[in-house]
Each structure stands twice: as structure tokens, then as C-alpha cells.
Design a protein around this ligand. Structure first.
Ligand code: PMP
Length: 456
């Protein structure tokens, strides 16, 4: 049936009838009606009712260069006209796939000089697992298969992604995690170690990795994977001591170290990659989101030379996606990374706009609801707690976060709630005036929440 839809309620009805949304309670959304986003520019979105919304989350942590950059749509159109598709399986490549690989080897840390392409963070984390298995088998250690990750990590929604991830609410919905995926404590100083200095706690939390390796036997462990800052888990910023200690333990037991840079990559923390902000050198690195600023799906795994040296003499790697290195996506990603580089956007997060946002956020610690403000560069969380003195969370975790998120929704600001953490990760192009607007609105929503629950 070909009907022209011209009102919000019609779109909502069609959506109810035919669209299943990710991570969504279907009945609840159907009762409320979905919000229809129609256009975007810079850091702003508009909906079908004409409301202008400030996007404090860069879409889903991905629109690093902001919305509406014509350079990217022009590159996509040109590439579609020239060569809309060809694969990289048949001993063939395309110019965009190859030049993007070269550009990626330039902007990523030393030693990471090869990319394996995918279309999403989840797919690339599946690739990481298969690459690690392949690597250890090629080295004559086929028993090294187990992956160790963290509780509350998010690594995607595929079977390997959700198994690597440490989200209890995902694991509950299936026989998950799959065998061979183990989890250790997340380095959440505020809740797990505030009786110690942050660095003491960082060493203790990293020590959980050593305990797990000894429990499993190093001969059975393939790799440890972690997000430099755990994003979806609540923007958990680890103590400075944590990652160097994790790296030391991985090297000691000959375990691969994988950095999931899907959120932290491409400037979010003020360096090109989160591992550079936290002082470690991964063997593999997963990238997606900011790789194309979300303009088109593309992802990749950067693989260290020392792994490539082994893999290159090990025969076929029987793994790949139809759209690995898709020429249109690769051309868009290349244009996006060139903008990040040529406009100095990463440097700007480090020295200018990142410190500006973090400095302004510090004042939020005085708010009656806010137990902790944490962040780095242009990513931050406000932890809402029942008792600021004792760090006691609310009785039903997530309820107050949801009240706050609903106020944000009604007031045309996008912040995400994870449990009772309110999260921010605006586009890297945001101006100081826009940060002021974002944080003024955030404060207003915190006040409204505090009033709702009688804390103000
Ligand atoms: N890893 C991390 C750290 C992520 O935040 C996400 C997505 N939020 C993923 C992997 C999965 O990426 P995708 O949704 O593109 O599959």
C-alpha cells in the first residue's frame, strides 16, 4: 500500500504496526508513541512536531563531526556513481578501502598497521574473537580460546558481542554468555573502592584479571578486552593506575590485550584513541561509530604487526562480511577522518572544549542528587545517588535516572540514563555557547527530578 504519511500520529501508527526497536519495551513504546526525528544540523535535531533538540549524546555516541556536513554526502554520491559496490574477497580491493586502510594506519597508534573491515562494532568484536583464536592456533597454542572481559561492559549485540559484554540484563535473555567468555569486576572506584585512593583501587581492580587468569590457567586464555572508558555501562572512568597494570598482567601471562574503541575512538577522550589517554598499547583495537561519525555503517579491527606477522603465514582466514571495506562507506569514513584531522577536532577536545565541559561539570557535584561527576574530554557521567556521604544508591536502581531522562526528553535535551548515571557525549564540534545551553538544561532537568522525589 502506498500512502503518504504527513502527520506525527500517522508515522507513529505505522511504526507501531511494523517496526521493532532495539533495547525497547514494545508495549510501553506503542502506548507512548515514538518520536520521529526528521532532520539535524551541527549539534541539533528536529522532530516531526518542529521541536529543536540539543543532542548531548552525538546520536548514539557516534556523530563526532556533528550533523549535516555536506562533504560527506557529496563523497558518498560521487562514490556511488563511480563504483557503488565491489567486494574485497576475490583478491580484489577498491581505492577507498585501500586508502582508508592507509589513513587508519596513520591515525592509530604505532604498530597498528592493518585493518579488517566490518559494518558495526558488534561485527568487529566478533572478528576480534575469531582473529585471536586464529592467531593462537597458528602459534601452536589452540587451547588459548577464553576471553576475559568486565561486568557491565558493552561490546555489542551479536552472540560474541553480547557474550563479551557483561550486561546481566542481556545475559538473562538467553543462554548467555556463551561458554568461554568470563567477566571480572568493572573498575568503578566510586562504588567499589572509595575507601582507597583511586590509584590503589585501580591496582586492586586490575588484580582481578590476574586472579581470573590463574583460575582459568594462562594456557587457556586468549585475550582480555575492555573499553578504555566503559560507555554504555555508565561512563566508568578507570583510575590512572588501572590500564598500565592490566597491560603488565597481559604481557606477563602472554594474553592478548584488546581495546574496544567503538566509543572512545576518534577523539572522544581528547586523544585519537582512548588507549592513548590511558597509557596502554593494545594488540587489537575495535573501531566503529566515530570512524564515519555515524554517517554510514562501517567498522574495523586494527591488528598489530606482531599478530599480522603470524597470521600472514597461516593460510586462509575464513571470515568476512559482504560489505567488508564497502567502497561508499570507506570513502565516507576517509572524508570524516580527514575532517577530524584537518580541523584539529581531536586537539580541540584535549585542550579547549573538553576541559571547558569538564570544568563546568565540576559544579554539578554540589547538586543534592549528584554523588560523583566523572569524565574525560567530551564524555561524562553524573552519578545520581540517595546519599552523597555514603555513596548509597537509590533503592530501585534506574528509577530516578528514568525520571531525569523523561524530563530531558520533555525539555528537548538528549542525555542518556544508564541506571542512575546521566550520560553526556556531545559532538566534538560543539561550541562553548552550546555547552552552556546543554549544561543549563541538564541542570534544570536535575532540579525537576530532585523536586519530583522530594530531595529539593
Ligand atoms: N562496543 C562498544 C564499546 C559500544 O559502545 C558499542 C555500541 N554502543 C558496540 C561495541 C557495538 O557497536 P554496534 O552497535 O555498532 O554493533
Amino acid at each position: 500500500m502506498n500512502v503518504v504519511l504527513n502527520s506525527t500520529s500517522q508515522w507513529q501508527q505505522e511504526d507501531r504496526e511494523h517496526h521493532l526497536h532495539p533495547f525497547t519495551d514494545i508495549a510501553q513504546l506503542n502506548a507512548k508513541g515514538v518520536r520521529v526525528i526528521t532532520k539535524a544540523d551541527g549539534v541539533y535535531l528536529w522532530d516531526s512536531e518542529g521541536e529543536k533538540i540539543i543532542d548531548g549524546m552525538s546520536g548514539l555516541w557516534c556523530v563526532n563531526i556533528g550533523y549535516g556536513r555536506k562533504e560527506l554526502s557529496e563523497v558518498a554520491a560521487r562514490q556511488m556513481d563511480e563504483l557503488a559496490y565491489y567486494n574485497t574477497f576475490f583478491q580484489t580491493t577498491t581505492m577507498p578501502a585501500t586508502s582508508l586502510a592507509t589513513l587508519l594506519s596513520e591515525v592509530t597508534p604505532d604498530g597498528l598497521n592493518h585493518v579488517f573491515y566490518g559494518n558495526s562494532g558488534s561485527e568487529s568484536n566478533d572478528t576480534v574473537v575469531r582473529l585471536a583464536w586464529r592467531y593462537w592456533a597458528a602459534k601452536g597454542q589452540p587451547n588459548k580460546t577464553v576471553f576475559i572481559a568486565r561486568q557491565n561492559a558493552y561490546h555489542g549485540s551479536t552472540l560474541a558481542g553480547s557474550s563479551l559484554g557483561g550486561m546481566g540484563y542481556m545475559h538473562k535473555q538467553g543462554p548467555l554468555p556463551l561458554p568461554g567468555f568470563e567477566h571480572i569486576e568493572q573498575p568503578h572506584w566510586y562504588f567499589n573502592g572509595a575507601d582507597m585512593t583511586s590509584d590503589e583501587y585501580g591496582i586492586k581492580a586490575a588484580g582481578k584479571l590476574e586472579e581470573k587468569i590463574l583460575e582459568l590457567g594462562a594456557d587457556n586464555v586468549a585475550a582480555f578486552i575492555g573499553e578504555p572508558i566503559q560507555g554504555a555501562g555508565g561512563v566508568i572512568v578507570p583510575p590512572d593506575s588501572y590500564w598500565p597494570e592490566i597491560q603488565r598482567i597481559c604481557r606477563k601471562y602472554d594474553i592478548l590485550l584488546v581495546s574496544d574503541e567503538v566509543i572512545c575512538g576518534f577523539g572522544r577522550t581528547g586523544e585519537w584513541f582512548g588507549c592513548q589517554s590511558f597509557g596502554f598499547e593494545p594488540d587489537m583495537m575495535t573501531m566503529a561509530k566515530g570512524m564515519s561519525s555515524g554517517y554510514i555503517p562501517i567498522s574495523g579491527v586494527m591488528v598489530h604487526d606482531r599478530l599480522v606477522d603470524v597470521l600472514k603465514d597461516s593460510g586462509d582466514f575464513n571470515h568476512g562480511y559482504t560489505y567488508s571495506g564497502h567502497p561508499v562507506a570507506a570513502a565516507v569514513a576517509q572524508a570524516n577522518i580527514s575532517i577530524l584531522r584537518d580541523e584539529g577536532l581531536v586537539e580541540r577536545v584535549k585542550t579547549d572544549i573538553g576541559p571547558y565541559m569538564q570544568e563546568r561539570l565540576k559544579a554539578f557535584a554540589d547538586h543534592p542528587l549528584v554523588g560523583q561527576v566523572r569524565g574525560r574530554g567530551l564524555i561524562a557521567a553524573l552519578e545520581l545517588v540517595k546519599d552523597k556521604e555514603t555513596h548509597q544508591p537509590f533503592d530501585k536502581v534506574g528509577e530516578v535516572g528514568m525520571i531525569c531522562r523523561n524530563h530531558c526528553f520533555e525539555n528537548n535535551i538528549i542525555m542518556r540514563a544508564t541506571g542512575d548515571s546521566m550520560l553526556l557525549a556531545p559532538p566534538l564540534v560543539i561550541t562553548k555557547a552550546e555547552i552552556d545551553e546543554l549544561l543549563d538544561k541538564a541542570l534544570m532537568c536535575l532540579d525537576l527530578t530532585a523536586k519530583d522525589i522530594g530531595m529539593m
